[in-house]
Design a protein around this ligand. Structure first.
Ligand code: GDP
Ligand code: MG
Length: 714
């Protein structure tokens, strides 16, 4: 065991885990240690972020650093905490660290040391970082580090992770970490007094006595234990020598630890008269920001700012990306001529790529703003302000920001739901966000509202069309709250009892480096992870509308050309050709196949084609409709007039009558029709179950409401 005598032993530390209470500064320290050398994934089977990175040490070698979720103790209350135990109690597992760095808030040592003493008892090489020394100092707290090191029996250093002080020293110490010198809570005799020695055969090898003790307490939730191991431990507990009352034992242990911590802090912590400037400023700001009136007004203004920036400011770079890509597509067409390959590259690949990159500005801006709110400490106040209202609907105070952002775009909004700590509330939020009217619905609404609603002014000043538009936004919001309420009632999810630990961080200035890292990481994740799915679907839709059975497309094209040659302008002919080709493509055939299903909603097969092509992105509706009715890009202003004049050859009625237009409006208000959203849901929930459920329930609402509206109005 005594490996410190071997020189080679030092090379053993290759993987170091960062652990600590939430908000102790783990992530900041992680960023300081790893810089850009990091990647984010999920822990297997759950949606808990797993951040890993590489840290270069002064000696030239490097260690892998893992930023584990914040936890308060080793008795887990939430999914996040469970993940940590899955890692720490499984010495054979691939995530098992060679050493842990415990990050504690020097200004709140008592609470943060509880976890530290538990980790010490696991016997893994360990170093305690007293972070936030700047805050502690401002509050007049002085820690005798030397004494603390002596009493805890582990290495202790102080850092200010925001400024990077102490990080060099930490890097220097990392390769030399040793197992703790003493333990705090002796459980070996306890185990012996409850259980036969045979119980140890079912526990993972390589654990300290305390690790074994935790395994027995938590076996049901440890994912690495096999069913037979779980059964064996269960049996051991049932046949314990005396009744094994887990909760009592845990309470006793925690009390015992706190007693020891008190004694240690008595000797190591000195409080000078506080200057108090920090907390006085915080108290003053809270007076304002948590005020029952002023607090809400301020929050409303903040929401307005977020909304404005994601909606308006982002549109500048988005329009630029959009325009550049369509220029590029046109350019490729001009250069490449009329081959299938050119069409594939331009209309399939490039168009798909543009469809991915166009979302990046919104994602970047939203996460920059959210990061500022989170880092300054304001988000914690928002959660408190909005919690009572949102809880009625099964949502969380922190759901407000994702929902409001959803009005711009569901993709960053769903990603923003990660700040919601409770798994069920987070899932419900993600489920209903796409019902909010996102900006991609706007072009569709514009056309359809113009078709359905007369362009008149109410009382001489209020635009009726504008009013209907506003109504559509309210409808989306209302529906998302209704669905949230229903999901909350009927969705069964296993949830740890959540002891709500309300902790108001002090207000601080945001760290730009941290913020930019977050923004970079979110944008990259979206492009890489969701991008794959979006690209695939774009290519599929391209193929459906570029190919058709037999050579029907070519024949239709030849026929149109023969009829129109010389009698019409070239542009008009090309439009008619595009329309004829689309009618004969697989997409066109699919439109006819689904016609019986959509006729009750008032749609014909041409609208069916538009529904299919806009399955991946709803804004495609307008483009497809223009192609089908061969409306050229030069006269786009007339699209509404053109649609109005379209007559159903079978009935002689206008196709886009009032009932059909309203039915379409409702359909587009509620239908999923966004592959990017599904791709993000897939990533965020780690599977297809929830995105498919979302697709299903939204399609059902869309279909039923469109059907009801059409039947009622026609
Ligand atoms: P985590 O929850 O443990 O990952 O904590 P974070 O790294 O997200 O930090 C929480 C907040 O504390 C952020 O606003 C950080 O900027 C801030 N913070 C982290 N370390 C320090 C520090 O040493 N001093 C000060 N003043 N703030 C810090
Ligand atoms: Mg963190």
């Amino acid at each position: 065991m005594n490996s410190e005598l071997t020189i080679g032993a030092e090379r053993r530390i290759r993987k170091v885990a960062l652990l600590g209470n939430p908000n102790s500064g783990k992530t900041t320290l992680f960023n300081a240690l790893t810089g850009l050398n990091q990647k984010v994934g999920n822990f297997p089977g759950v949606t808990v972020d797993k951040k890993t990175g590489t840290c270069r040490l002064p000696g030239g070698q490097s260690v892998e650093i893992v930023d584990l979720p914040g936890i308060y103790s080793l008795y887990p209350k939430s999914l996040d905490e469970q993940v940590v135990l899955d890692v720490l109690l499984h010495p054979g597992g691939k995530d098992y660290p060679d050493a842990v760095v415990v990050v504690a808030d020097a200004a709140n040592l008592k609470r943060h040391l509880l976890l530290c003493t538990q980790l010490i008892d696991l016997g893994i090489p360990l170093l305690l970082v007293l972070n936030m020394v700047d805050v502690a100092e401002k509050e007049g707290i002085v820690v005798d580090v030397e004494q603390l090191r002596h009493l805890l029996g582990v290495e202790v250093i102080t850092t200010n992770a925001r400024k990077g002080t102490g990080v060099a020293q930490l890097k220097e110490r990392l390769p030399h970490l040793q197992p703790p010198q003493r333990s705090f809570y002796e459980v070996a005799p306890l185990i012996d007094s409850y259980f036969e020695a045979s119980v140890k055969e079912y526990l993972p090898p390589g654990l300290s006595a305390y690790g074994q003790w935790l395994c027995i307490h938590l076996f049901e939730r440890l994912s690495f234990l096999s069913e037979s191991q779980k059964d064996a431990i269960q049996r051991a507990i049932l046949h314990a020598k005396e009744p094994f009352k887990a909760l009592n034992l845990q309470r006793e242990e925690i009390l015992h630890r706190y007693e020891q911590i008190d004694a240690i802090l008595e000797k190591t912590l000195h409080k000078k008269e506080s200057k108090g400037s920090y907390s006085r400023l915080t108290a003053l700001l809270d007076c304002w920001l948590l005020h029952p009136v002023a607090g809400y007004v301020t929050f409303l203004l903040v929401l307005l700012l977020i909304f404005q920036s994601v909606f308006t400011w982002a549109s500048v770079p988005m329009d630029w990306i959009d325009a550049s890509f369509s220029d590029f597509v046109n350019w490729v067409h001009e250069q490449g001529g009329d081959s299938l390959w050119v069409s594939f590259v331009a209309d399939g690949l490039l168009a798909g790529l543009g469809g991915i990159l166009v979302f990046v500005p919104q994602i970047a801006i939203l996460f920059l703003l959210l990061g500022i709110l989170e880092e300054t400490g304001y988000m914690a106040r928002v959660a408190v302000l909005m919690d009572k209202v949102m809880r009625q609907f099964g949502l969380n105070g922190r759901s407000v920001v994702p929902l409001v952002s959803g009005v711009a775009c569901a993709i960053p909004a769903i990603m923003a739901a990660r700040t919601i700590p409770n798994a069920k509330e987070r899932l419900i939020t993600m489920m209903v966000v796409p019902l909010m009217s996102c900006s991609a619905r706007l072009p569709v609404y514009t056309v359809l509202v113009a078709l359905a609603v007369p362009d008149t002014l109410l009382w001489g000043w209020l635009s009726l069309q504008g009013l209907v538009m506003l109504g559509l936004y309210l409808l989306g919001t209302l529906m998302s709250l209704v669905v949230a309420w229903l999901l909350n009632r009927f969705l069964r999810m296993e949830q740890g009892r959540s002891f709500f630990m309300l902790e108001m961080p002090l207000y601080r200035l945001p760290r730009w480096r941290n913020l930019l890292l977050t923004v970079w990481e979110k944008a990259r994740t979206f492009v890489v992870e969701a991008g794959k799915v979006i690209l695939m679907i774009s290519i599929l839709i391209w193929a459906l509308s570029s190919f058709g059975p037999g050579n029907a497309m070519e024949e239709a094209e030849a026929q149109v050309r023969a009829q129109m040659q010389g009698r019409f302008a070239p542009a008009a002919i090309e439009n008619a050709v595009a329309s004829a080709r689309l009618e004969q493509s697989y997409a066109g055939h699919l439109g006819r196949i689904i016609e019986p299903a959509i006729r009750p909603l008032g749609y014909d097969w041409k609208i069916g084609i538009a529904l299919i092509s806009s399955f991946a992105a709803r804004e495609v509706f307008v483009g497809t409709i223009s192609t089908i009715y061969s409306i050229g890009s030069e006269d786009e202003m007339t699209i509404v007039e053109r649609l109005r004049s379209e007559v159903n050859p079978r009935t002689g009625e206008p196709v886009f009558n009032f009932a059909t237009s309203v039915s379409l409006l409702l359909f587009y208000a509620f239908a999923m029709q966004c592959m990017s959203t599904m791709a993000v849901m897939y990533r965020e929930t780690n599977g297809w179950k929830y995105p498919l459920f979302q697709l299903l329930y939204m399609s059902a609402i869309a279909y039923i409401s469109a059907w009801a509206a059409y039947q009622w109005l026609s």
